[in-house]
Design a protein around this ligand. Structure first.
Ligand code: S6P
Length: 623
């Protein structure tokens, strides 16, 4: 498991954080640990916020440090070998696609990325006059692409049903189950089904925790834990009957927010894997060098993107101002960048308990451009309206000076179309920003420059590559846009007071992972043991100080249902524990506070309160 140091790094990554040391938040998986880099994120100004999140993203490319614990990293030989081995299996499907399929599956952001990747590589195949052989599954179905549906993630049986439906009649399937935190029961169910049908399926688990840190609590209505499934997968790894692809990329900049680094690393790893598989099918040998060359382009994209940090910070600040004044952030994207915008917007709902109208993404051509299996989604509800036409019809008339609009496009798109929209929006607000991708030699027209005062124009070098390689440029632009939007939406919510240190303290508890995370955040912030934190969380969920036996003995899924119909569940529990007061009093205090962060801060500073809870190294130990 040694690093491949033969390769020169493009960027200097920050010093290895303490999270890599044994004992640092010992009971928590990497994906749930709090990142030492962002320990003071809540006190940062926009420029510092961008810099800190940039440093966290850089950890994706950090190599193993031989002096501390050996986690496998992106550049580890063991990871590169696994990528190459899986690529060979993918290649077999590409070469005889008639009875074969490559299925990518995930929940939330991981499911949206499954769609993005499946579509990219089907496009690549169509360009080569080959039959497309990629498909995707997202927990909760296509409505989860454009709206937040976090509950289906807890359902392993539904995962299996979906998998069977998608693979009906296929003789060979490479199944890629993505769960960044190695935790989603939906994915566990699918992997389990694949392992019971190895004559057809080759299961692959993608995530960013070691198997020993995967989730090990009981899954309701099922007889295995995620860890048991992952361990079974690992046992099949050496015989190449199943694969686990799980480099460590370090904790998220915002604790547990796997849409950020987890999502980016998923995109990097899987695009690299599929690209080399396609190259191999055109008789290019898959070597470590070839893998490293592709990975290095992503590392370079990180450097190029964050060289615009000042302007990203300005966009972040403007977006935060809009959200603080109860305005909105609208992201109007073209092509696949439109999906990147939608992904980021939708995630604000579960991540920060945001209203779905706060941050919204729109894509030119709507569902036609999204290329989702179910096509136009027609259930009633404005949440499903995602095209630019929808924006013009229902949003534009309501746009005010409080709102911020971001245009996200490349200079290969119809720039006149962009200009037309900007013209219309300008009549309503002057808060207009743009993220525009150009290739060396392309320039933003003067007419556009006049309309958008300070656009982020990212110029990418011309890549002289063969057909498959040329897709890298699109992938870089998508990732670069994702990095910018992740930073902007996360940073804006930090400035809105939704974060304490680097803990999100007001997320929606809408699945079992969130329930567990809420208890863990309570432990880390208040220093109280697991049992007391769970009790207070339940008091906050049900709004009752005395819990009945019936509530105490109810399954977690019932608590989650109750939590979803109440706001500020976690903040109320935090304040109640810190002040040792009733949940009713905690709620009143929160309601009169300028922000959730401010309420927590003042509760921590109550005279006589022991400050033992401050050390995050204590986290989870009392469990
Ligand atoms: C995380 C995001 C969620 C996750 C989803 C799947 O920031 O809010 O939607 O993507 O829960 O997570 P995982 O770890 O199974 O990929």
């Amino acid at each position: 498991m040694r690093g491949s140091r033969r390769y020169k790094h493009v960027i200097d990554t920050p010093d290895p954080g303490k999270w890599e040391l044994a004992g640092y938040e010992e009971s928590l998986p990497i994906s749930e640990k709090s990142n030492p880099i962002t320990r003071e994120l809540d006190k940062a100004d926009p420029n510092t916020l961008v810099q800190l999140l940039r440093d966290c993203d850089a950890e994706i490319f950090q190599e193993e440090d031989e002096t501390i614990i050996n986690y496998q990293r992106l550049y580890s030989e063991s990871i590169l070998k696994t990528v190459a081995d899986i690529a060979k299996k993918v290649q077999q499907i590409i070469e005889s696609p008639e009875d074969g399929l490559i299925v990518l599956s995930g929940c939330g952001t991981s499911g949206r990325l499954a769609l993005l990747l499946a579509n990219s590589f089907n496009r690549l195949m169509r360009g080569l006059h080959q039959s497309p052989c990629y498909s995707y599954i997202i927990a909760g179905g296509d409505r989860s692409i454009v709206t937040a549906q976090e509950a289906p993630e807890d359902n392993p049986a539904q995962g299996q049903e979906e998998l069977q439906r998608v693979c009906e009649g296929k003789k060979k399937v490479v199944f890629i189950g993505i769960s960044c935190s190695l935790s989603a029961p939906f994915i566990a169910g699918q992997l389990d089904y694949c392992m019971k049908n190895l004559d057809v399926f080759l299961p692959v688990l993608v995530g960013f925790n070691p198997v020993s840190m995967s989730r090990n609590d009981r899954i309701e209505g099922w007889d295995s834990t995620f860890r048991q499934v992952a361990e079974q997968m690992q046992n099949l790894h050496d015989a190449q009957r199943a694969f686990v692809l799980n480099p460590a990329v370090g904790p998220e900049g915002l604790c547990g927010s796997s849409r950020m680094k987890g999502g980016s690393a998923t995109k990097i790893l899987l695009e690299t894997l599929f690209l080399v598989a396609h190259k191999a099918s055109s008789k290019v040998e898959v070597t470590e060098k070839c893998l490293l060359e592709i990975l290095r382009t992503y590392e370079r994209a990180h450097k190029v993107t964050y060289s615009h940090s000042k302007k990203i910070a300005a966009l972040l600040k403007q977006s935060a101002t809009s959200l603080q004044k109860k305005g909105h952030l609208y992201i109007l994207g073209w092509g696949t960048l439109g999906l990147v915008g939608i992904m980021d917007a939708v995630e604000c709902v579960p991540s920060y308990n945001a209203d779905w109208r706060d941050v919204r993404g729109f894509i030119n051509g709507g569902y036609h451009t999204l290329e989702n299996q179910e096509g136009e989604l027609t259930p009633p509800g404005a949440e499903f309206a995602v095209s630019h036409e929808d924006f013009m019809k229902s949003i534009l008339p309501t746009v005010s000076v409080m709102d911020t609009i971001v245009f996200l496009f490349t200079l290969d798109d119809e720039v006149e179309e962009v200009e037309k929209l900007v013209e219309l929006v300008k009549e309503k607000t002057s808060n207009i920003h743009a993220v525009c991708h150009a290739t060396a030699g392309q320039y933003l027209p003067n007419s556009t420059k006049k309309m958008i005062p300070s656009p982020i124009v990212i110029t990418w070098p011309i890549l002289f590559l063969e057909y498959e390689g040329a897709f890298i440029q699109t992938f870089q632009r998508e990732l670069s846009s994702k990095w910018i939007l992740d930073t902007v939406t996360s940073g804006a919510h930090v400035l809105k007071g939704k974060i304490y240190r680097n803990f999100i303290v007001d997320f929606t508890i809408c699945n079992s992972k969130h329930f567990q995370r809420a208890v863990s955040v309570l432990q880390r912030l208040t220093g109280h043991p697991h049992a007391r934190c769970t009790e207070t969380l339940l008091q906050s969920i049900y709004g009752e100080q005395t819990l009945s036996e019936q509530i105490r003995n109810t399954e977690t899924s019932q608590h989650i249902r109750a939590a979803m119909s109440r706001d500020k569940v976690l903040p109320v529990a935090i304040v109640s524990l810190l002040r040792n007061c009733s949940v009713a009093e905690a709620r009143t205090r929160l309601e009169s506070s300028e922000s959730i962060r401010a309420a927590i801060e003042s509760s921590l500073n109550v005279p006589g309160r022991k400050r033992v809870a401050e050390s995050s190294e204590m986290a989870g130990r009392s469990r």
